[in-house]
Design a binder for this molecule. Structure first.
Ligand SMILES: Cc1ncc(COP(=O)(O)O)c(C=O)c1O
Length: 471
């Protein structure tokens, strides 16, 4: 078989693919919100890849800035040296960040940043002479990454099952997920207000809890569920009361995705530690960061002297140059303001999807939206998992030229903590897709998302029988 005839799938190709059971289209280039494959087909990248390509594809300024850095010096050992790229990127990020959160430790992925943030919380308590504080509390549904500590803190049963013997037990609080909360909007709801965190801290023993890690606005796990205005304020107060560090995982929501540089800004709350990733370099090179202030770093500076998390590529000038160029581009073109403005338009236009069959909810903020599918809109009954509704929809949409991001299992079962009154644990049902296009998207492209979406849903629905089976 000639190289040209070889299918881009396992085992014909030498690539160890993410999915070993599908054929992959080969992308040749991207421009703005569009991706083009080598067969000439184009795709509207309605989820910025994986919430990454915030500034759009094919921006020459970023490539030029990285190339200039590579010509100067591609790599230096971050233990021995600093570089102008790292210094300037940190300085620019500090200007955009919250006061008191202004020291940036650069890494290459969200998982690494979360892993490091959790380790940093533990290191802090050891330096404060409270070594018994080691437990992590997180949210369910919730996702923080694929390395072992980050996965331990994630509520993704199907990711965790195989690796369970290596994972830590993390206590979990139900995440604010209004669509599926039984409270019906009751202001005193312990889950929606976040006050349930205090019960979990007390149950675990406050003296043993190092940190609470949370997503300030839900990512794919709760399909862009936006917490109530008082949620972050309440969890901040509870963390303060019990000497628990608050870690905001802004890997997905940061870098302007929700219409402000940080999602936390919507709530006026200062976390102790924060993570950034995905969109901070617009995807031009893999860049992430752990962010902390002097409160956390001073005890380490006076104690052990360094944070025990050296990685070969941390602080590397090449990745920092991509981040710096992306931030300059965002500022030059007012892309955060644009994310807020076009985000309002996106949310408004997506409202039309609520009229479609099987759409239970459409929600979000800024350029981050989730569409939840259900078999019965009135009862919110999820589809049986065996139908793979979200995956089928996503694959049909891709065939039509629309790229969305699916998530499953959030309605109950594997991803859900013990919600008061829920007895569906283990079923792993729930189907949703995310829409999170580049901030540069034009109005007619938002309209295209809506029309592609309708067509993809019609085609998906035509495969389902009235009794909810697949034809
Ligand atoms: C909130 C959040 N944290 C962490 C991660 C892990 O990031 P990465 O996939 O870059 O390792 C993700 C990835 O989706 C995420 O959504």
């Amino acid at each position: 078989m000639s190289r040209a005839e070889k299918k881009l799938r396992y085992p014909e190709s030498s690539v160890f693919y993410r999915n070993l059971n599908r054929v992959y289209p080969k992308i040749s280039h991207g421009e703005g919100v569009w991706l083009f494959d080598d067969a000439g087909k184009r795709y509207l990248d309605a989820c910025s890849g994986a919430f990454v390509a915030n500034i759009g594809h094919g921006v020459p300024e970023i490539a030029k800035a990285v190339s200039e850095q590579l010509e100067k010096v591609a790599y230096v050992n971050g233990t021995a040296f600093t570089t102008e790229s790292a210094e300037e990127l940190a300085a620019q990020l500090a200007k955009l960040s919250l006061r008191g959160l202004d020291k940036f430790y650069f890494l290459s992925s969200g998982s690494e940043a979360v892993e490091a943030a959790l380790k940093l919380s533990r290191h802090y308590w050891v330096e404060k002479n409270r070594p018994q504080k080691h437990k992590i509390i997180s949210q369910s549904p919730g996702y923080h990454g694929n390395t072992l500590l980050a996965m331990s803190a994630s509520a993704r049963g199907h990711y965790k099952k195989i690796y369970q013997p290596w994972l830590l037990d993390c206590a979990m609080v139900p995440a604010p997920y209004a669509y599926r909360c039984d409270c019906g909007g009751n202001l005193s709801c312990r889950v929606c207000s976040g006050t349930i965190l205090e019960e979990i801290i007390l149950k675990e023993g406050a003296d043993t809890v190092a940190a609470f890690i949370m997503e300030p606005v839900g990512g794919s796990s709760t399909g862009a569920s936006v917490p109530r205005a008082d949620y972050l304020r309440n969890v901040r107060e509870i963390c303060d009361r019990h000497d628990v560090l608050l870690i905001a995982d802004e890997v997905l929501t940061g870098a302007g995705r929700t219409g402000k540089w940080l999602a936390t800004e919507h709530y006026g709350v200062l976390p102790d530690i924060m993570t950034l990733g995905k969109g901070i370099s617009g995807g031009y090179l893999p860049l992430s960061a752990v962010v902390a202030g002097e409160k956390i770093l001073d005890p380490i500076a006076k104690g052990y002297g360094s944070f025990l998390h050296a990685q070969t590529f941390s602080h590397a000038p090449s990745i920092c140059s991509a981040g710096l160029a992306a931030i300059r581009y965002i500022q030059k073109h007012g892309l955060i303001e644009r994310a807020a403005k076009m985000g309002d338009l996106l949310q408004k236009k997506l409202e039309a999807l609520k009229e479609l069959p099987f759409v239970g909810d459409v929600r979000g903020i800024g350029m981050l939206a989730g569409v939840e599918f259900v078999s019965d809109v009135k009862t919110k009954e999820p589809f049986p998992r065996r139908l793979k509704f979200a995956e089928t929809f996503t694959s049909i949409a891709q065939d039509l030229g629309l790229i969305v991001w699916p998530n499953v299992g959030q309605a109950d079962g594997e991803n859900a903590a013990d919600r008061p009154g829920r007895s569906t644990a283990g079923l792993g049902r729930g189907d949703l897709v995310m829409i999170a296009p580049p901030f540069t998207i034009a109005e007619f492209e938002i309209d295209l998302i809506v029309s592609f979406f309708k067509e993809a849903l019609e085609k998906t629905a035509s495969k389902i029988t009235v009794t909810g089976e697949i034809k």
